[in-house]
Structures are given as structure tokens and as C-alpha cells.
Ligand binder design. Structure first.
Ligand SMILES: [Cu+2]
Length: 152
């Protein structure tokens, strides 16, 4: 029975792969935040053939999430301030990120010193050459903790 199940799953994945329009390509990005309100990168680039992005956020600091938490939120640049404002109202329980807000393209939870987290998102909704910004949603951090995200 177990053998049939494994065979069935293998066949199903073969069929799925064969019917896909374009090859799925997962591209990985990494960024680190620290206790000085800094990301280690001011720009992140994703190639046009990446269909999904896995962003890993690491916190190299010592301070706990309550006092020096960091997140990674991606929006169109013109949406950044409004999403930040809505996030402050959403509060710490929601990682200072507005719940169900379609302007948020991708977002991680908050992490504290020594922790890491990741988020995976599809690039299907992104425009090649579009104007995107990533930032930290923790109160007061985005003035320093932000960068340019480019796709394509
Ligand atoms: Cu931060």
C-alpha cells in the first residue's frame, strides 16, 4: 500500500511538472538586521526568471524582540508610508504589520537577537523594473532600516 502511494505521488508530481507553463525557480535572498537599526544590505535584486523568492531575515544583535525587533516587509515604494502607519495601529501582536493588507507583497514576522525567520512569495504579482522598497515595521526603524528591491 505504501509503495503504491509513493508511486502515485511520483506520477502526480511528474504530471504537474510537465503541465507547468514555465519552470518554477526559487531564488534565495538573505538579509541581516542588527542592534544599531541597520540591515546589512541597502539593495536586493531578484532576476526576472525567478518565479518565487525565499527571503531569510537574520538578527545578529543581542537585544530581545520586544525592544529591538526586526522584520522585513516588501511594498511598492509609494505604499510604504501608508503600510507603516497601518502597521503601527496593528501593534506588536501583529508584528506591526497590517493584517490582510493587499499592499503588503511579502512580510516576515518580527525577530529578536540571534533569531531568524523566512518568507516565500511568488513574483507573479511583481512588475519588472517596478519601484519596490523593503523596510522594518518595528516602530521608528524604517527611517534607517529600508532598502531598494528590484525585480527583472
Ligand atoms: Cu527593525
Amino acid at each position: 500500500m505504501r509503495g503504491y502511494l509513493a508511486w502515485g505521488l511520483a506520477l502526480a508530481s511528474l504530471i504537474a511538472a510537465g503541465s507547468a507553463q514555465a519552470a518554477d525557480k526559487l531564488c534565495k535572498l538573505e538579509i541581516t538586521g542588527n542592534d544599531l537599526l541597520q540591515y546589512d544590505k541597502t539593495e536586493l535584486k531578484v532576476a526576472a526568471d525567478c518565479t518565487r523568492v525565499e527571503l531569510t531575515l537574520k538578527d545578529s544583535g543581542q537585544l530581545p524582540v520586544q525592544t529591538m525587533g526586526h522584520s522585513w516587509v516588501l511594498t511598492k515604494t509609494p505604499d510604504m508610508q501608508a503600510v507603516l502607519d497601518a502597521g503601527q495601529k496593528a501593534g506588536a501582536a501583529n508584528n506591526y504589520e497590517p493584517v490582510g493588507d493587499k499592499r503588503v507583497i511579502a512580510a516576515t514576522k518580527l525577530v529578536g537577537g540571534g533569531q531568524s525567520t523566512s518568507v516565500t512569495f511568488a513574483t507573479a504579482g511583481l512588475t519588472k523594473g517596478g519601484d519596490y522598497t523593503y523596510f522594518c515595521s518595528f516602530p521608528g526603524h524604517a527611517a534607517l532600516m529600508k532598502g531598494k528591491f528590484s525585480f527583472g
